[in-house]
Ligand binder design. Structure first.
Ligand SMILES: [Zn+2]
Length: 444
C-alpha cells in the first residue's frame, strides 16, 4: 500500500523520532506562550512558580512547568468570564462550541472551543479512523444520542472529513438502530464497549447474528477501557465478526490515542499531544517500558481552553515495542489505559484494578458479558462479592466453572471473592458507560 493510502498524514505519522521530538518541543513552547499570554489562570500559575515561557529550551525542561488537574480547572471556571472562567484564552465571541465533562466525579468542567479548535478535534479523530481503515466508501452508523458531552461528536465530523457517509442514529432505540444498520448495510460504527456488547445481545434477541446478518467490518470503541482488555475485545470481535479498535480521549484533552491495524498497543497521537508518564508514588518521570504510572498530558494547538501538563489520572505504561509494524513512529502504550488512579483501590491491602476482574470473567466463555463487583466492610475486614451470569447451556458445569474462576481471580488479582452465580440476563444492563464496580466501604 502506498503511504498516502495507509496514513491520514503520511509525513507526521512516520516522522523519525528525533524530528518528532523537535516538532513536539516547538509545539509545546508555542502553546505555553499562548497560555501565558492569554489565560489569567496559566499566567498566575506560572508566575507563582517563577516560570517564564522562555525558560523552556529542551524537552527535559518541560518538567519544570507546573502540572494542572481537574480540581484546578473547576476552581478556575468559578471566575470571570462566565461560565469558562480564567482559563479561557480567546475573546468569548470566538467560542463556537459548548461541551462539558460527564460530571461522574463531581461538578462538570465546561469546555469551550473555537471553530479552529473544533476543526482540530475532527482532524485528530481522522488520524484514528483512517488507521482503523475507515475510507470514503464506508457507511458509518452513529448509534448514539448526540448530547451536551463531547463523546462521538468529533467522530461524526472526522468520518465526514475522510469522506465516509455518516448516519446519525441518535433518536432511535437499540432495536431500531440494529434494524437500520442492517437495512442500509452500514459498514462501521462507534460506541462504548458496554454498548457494543449490548447491541449484539439485542440483535440476537431479534433473531439476528450480528456477525452474519449485518455488514459491520470495523468498530471504534471509546469511552471505557473494554477494547484494551483482551478478553472483552475478543468477545466484541467474535460477536460482530468485525475488528474492534480502542480509542481514548477526554473532554479537557481531546482524542489522544488509537490502535492501528497491527493491534499492538495504543499509539499516542504525538503530533497533537505530549504524553509523559509519572511514577504515582515518587512523581519521577518514567521513560522506559514495563512500569506503570499516571499520565501527564499536554495538548497542542487547541487555543480556547489550553490543556498543559494535565494530570489525567489515567494509568498507562510504555510498550517495549520500539517500532510498530504499521510503520508509524508514534510511541506505543502497552495494553492501552489500564485504569484510572481514582478507580484503583486497595482491597484487603492489595491494589485492585477493576479491569483485571473484567479480563478474568470475560475470558471464561461459559459466563455472560455482565458482572458486578461489590466491596463492603464486614467488621474490620474487606469483603468482595463478585456476581456473574452463567450461560443457560453451561448450568450443569457450575462446579468446574467456579473452580476456574476462583483460580484465575487468585492469579490475576491476588484476592478471594464471594462468588454469586446468576441466571443469564438477570444482572443490570447499561446503555452507555457501565457501573460494574461498587465500593460501598466508605458508606457503612
Ligand atoms: Zn501501529
Amino acid at each position: 500500500m502506498k503511504p498516502e493510502e495507509q496514513y491520514w498524514n503520511p509525513i507526521l505519522e512516520t516522522l523519525p523520532r528525533e524530528k518528532l521530538q523537535q516538532f513536539q518541543l516547538k509545539k509545546f513552547k508555542s502553546i505555553l506562550k499562548w497560555a501565558y499570554e492569554n489565560s489569567p489562570f496559566y499566567r498566575s500559575l506560572y508566575k507563582d512558580a517563577g516560570l517564564e515561557p522562555g525558560d523552556i529550551k529542551t524537552l527535559d525542561d518541560i518538567r519544570k512547568v507546573p502540572k494542572t488537574e481537574k480540581s484546578m480547572l473547576r476552581e478556575a471556571q468559578g471566575k470571570k468570564p462566565y461560565p469558562y472562567g480564567s482559563i479561557l484564552s480567546v475573546p468569548i465571541e470566538q467560542v463556537t462550541e459548548y461541551r462539558q465533562t460527564s460530571g461522574t466525579t463531581g461538578q462538570p468542567v465546561y469546555h469551550p472551543e473555537t471553530w479552529q479548535d473544533w476543526e482540530w478535534s475532527a482532524e485528530s479523530w481522522a488520524y484514528a479512523l483512517y488507521a482503523y481503515g475507515y475510507r470514503d466508501y464506508d457507511r458509518v452508523f452513529l448509534p448514539f444520542g448526540y448530547s451536551i458531552n463531547i463523546a462521538f461528536w468529533a467522530g461524526h465530523y472526522a468520518a465526514e472529513k475522510i469522506g465516509c457517509e455518516v448516519v446519525p442514529g441518535g433518536m432511535l432505540d437499540t432495536e431500531a438502530r440494529i434494524l437500520k444498520m442492517k437495512e442500509i448495510r452500514a459498514t462501521a460504527f462507534m460506541a462504548t464497549p458496554t454498548y457494543i456488547l449490548g447491541m449484539a445481545d439485542t440483535a440476537r434477541k431479534l433473531g439476528l447474528d450480528p456477525a452474519k446478518d449485518l455488514y459491520i467490518k470495523k468498530i471504534t470503541a471509546a469511552g471505557e477501557p473494554g477494547a484494551c482488555v483482551p478478553a472483552t475485545k475478543k468477545r466484541m470481535e467474535e460477536a460482530w465478526g468485525a475488528k474492534v479498535y480502542d480509542q481514548v480521549g477526554a473532554t479537557e484533552i481531546g482524542h489522544w490515542g488509537f490502535e492501528c491495524q497491527a493491534q499492538a498497543g495504543l499509539h499516542v497521537l504525538e503530533a497533537f499531544h505530549l504524553v509523559e508518564i509519572e511514577d504515582i508514588d515518587t512523581g519521577a518521570t518514567i521513560t522506559e517500558p514495563g512500569k506503570r504510572g499516571s499520565m501527564v498530558i499536554t495538548t497542542f494547538d487547541r487555543f480556547a481552553h489550553p490543556c498543559l501538563r494535565f494530570d489525567s489520572k489515567d494509568i498507562i505504561e510504555w510498550s517495549p515495542v520500539e517500532r510498530c509494524e504499521c510503520g508509524r513512529t508514534f510511541r506505543l502504550l502497552k495494553g492501552g489505559v489500564v485504569g484510572r488512579a481514582d478507580d484503583i483501590t486497595k482491597v484487603k491491602g492489595v491494589l485492585l484494578a477493576p479491569t483485571a476482574i473484567e479480563e478474568v470473567v470475560r475470558d471464561i466463555p461459559e459466563l455472560g458479558d455482565e458482572y458486578e463487583v461489590i466491596v463492603t466492610k464486614k467488621g474490620d475486614i474487606d469483603d468482595i462479592a463478585l456476581k456473574v451470569e452463567i450461560n443457560p447451556d453451561a448450568k450443569r458445569n457450575v462446579g468446574a466453572i467456579e473452580q476456574k474462576l476462583v483460580q484465575q481471580l487468585r492469579l490475576k488479582t491476588g484476592l478471594r471473592y464471594n462468588l454469586e452465580f446468576h441466571d443469564y440476563g438477570t444482572l443490570p444492563r447499561y446503555d452507555v458507560k457501565a457501573k460494574r464496580f461498587k465500593d460501598l466501604r466508605h458508606k457503612e
